[in-house]
Design a protein around this ligand. Structure first.
Ligand SMILES: *Cc1c(COP(=O)(O)O)cnc(C)c1O
Length: 426
């Protein structure tokens, strides 16, 4: 359930009519619901209740400082993948001790920063990373708390670009080498191996791949303990999928995922950590856009929006589906039309939906892309010199701009022309 519902014929975000936000902030704009973010976080809390656990929100899904602050106030830790994300988490008020550092290509500078802010855990993805981290930590007289990310070689049955748990993917250390790597870790002066980490992909709509991966992690944990390693934490990653299309069968719920975790790793006496991103933020956000023009092509009708692939790249990048709904509620049984919904960017890939049945739309109408709160604004760019899309957070009947739309001048001011080119052309 989310908090984007029609009331009196108008789509609302919680108690705020979306046209009000469009008037105040302009379009396109991302709109997030604090109540939905809260509800989704609580679902994971309930799913793991009774187990020693930690919920580390995957910052990359939606890294707006207001979103991070809200989740931090609920008790969330943060899973980060770059120095920038660590700094965001800190700025949002999350202490280093509640931040996990993941990622396949951490640099020496990033590892040092993470050590200096007292990061809770490094999810290490390779032996060279382990050696480097040990050197950096030892030079500071420290031991870095580490979980080794293992690659369990399971098929996550999700889109190829977001599957991460197969042997052919760049992520983690093969299970077959894990014991050797833990033995190496134990011998390194700057490393303290505290856990095992796994993350097999994103937008999983079936629990079976999780089950296979978690069973392999449990087996590995027993073996590592038998070899004398003090494995205290299991970090099971994120990846639980969400419903992008209302008409499809709903994916498993956090409750079912929690039951699976209890069944597979619950008896090990480890702290169970998870890193959900999409499920917390996805349905907590919409992208609000306006119809610029309706254009009749040959045999096709194009609805051209003021949002484009630079604002929401998921359809272009992953062939992702987003439900797109008019902000003015269509009359029940109103005649529809079949349209292509596109943005104004000069790429055919800038197409949000092909042959989509929609209620009649006209110039100036507002539409909302549902399920746009995760991997939406964070992936936005200024392609075609379109200023970065702004973000709004709704809380009950109030809304705040939590990232302002830069003016075109501000966007241009970031470029500089070198001295030798300073003289104007012509
Ligand atoms: C992306 C990512 C997540 C979050 O995945 P979701 O599908 O958004 O839940 C968690 N952990 C790691 C290491 C990731 O790369």
């Amino acid at each position: 359930m989310d908090h984007f519902l029609y009331r009196d014929g108008t789509l609302h975000a919680e108690d705020v009519p979306l046209p009000e936000i469009a008037r105040a902030v302009g379009t396109p704009v991302y709109v997030y619901s604090a109540a939905t973010l809260t509800r989704h976080y609580r679902l994971f809390e309930e799913a793991l209740s009774g187990l020693p656990n930690g919920i580390f929100y995957a910052v990359k899904a939606n890294s707006n400082l207001a979103v991070l602050r809200l989740l931090a106030r609920l008790g969330a830790g943060m899973d980060t993948v770059s120095a920038g994300e660590i700094m965001r988490a800190l700025r949002a008020g999350v202490p280093g001790a509640r931040i996990v550092f993941s990622g396949v290509g951490k640099t020496a500078e990033e590892l040092a920063l993470a050590l200096d802010v007292g990061i809770r855990q490094f999810n290490v993805e390779s032996e060279p990373e382990l050696e480097l981290l040990s050197r950096i930590a030892a030079a500071r007289g420290r031991r870095a708390p580490v979980a080794i990310r293992v690659n369990p070689d399971v098929d996550a049955r999700t889109h190829a670009k977001i599957a991460t748990g197969k042997a052919e993917n760049k992520f983690g250390i093969p299970l077959s080498r894990a014991c050797e790597v833990y033995a190496r870790a134990a011998a390194l002066p700057g490393i303290e191996a505290v856990g095992v980490d796994v993350h097999i992909g994103s937008q999983l709509t079936d629990l079976a791949p999780f089950e296979l991966a978690f069973r392999r992690v449990a087996e590995l944990t027993r073996r590592l303990r038998a070899e004398g390693h003090d494995i205290r934490r299991l970090d099971l990653g994120g990846g639980l999928g969400i419903p992008y299309a209302r008409d499809n069968a709903p994916p498993p719920l956090p409750f079912d995922y929690g039951a699976l975790i209890r069944r597979t790793v619950g008896d090990l006496g480890c702290e169970i950590d998870i890193e959900p991103g999409r499920l917390i933020a996805g349905n907590a956000g919409i992208l609000l856009a306006r119809v610029i023009r309706v254009k009749q092509g040959e045999g096709r009708r194009f609805v051209i929006l003021d949002a484009a692939m630079n604002d929401l790249i998921r359809p272009a990048l992953y062939d992702a589906h987003h439900d797109i709904v008019p902000v003015a509620e269509p009359a029940p049984g109103a005649a529809g039309e079949i349209v292509d919904i596109v943005g104004p960017v000069c790429e055919t890939g800038d197409t949000f939906a092909r042959a989509r049945p929609m209620p009649p739309l006209a110039e100036g109408d507002l539409v909302a892309f549902r399920t746009a709160g995760a991997y939406g604004a964070v992936m936005a760019s200024e392609y075609n010199s379109r200023p970065l899309v702004p973000e709004v957070l709704v809380h009950g009947d109030q809304f705040d701009v939590v990232r302002a739309r830069p003016s075109i001048e501000e966007m241009l001011d970031r470029d500089t022309i070198p001295g030798w080119l300073a003289e104007s052309a012509g």
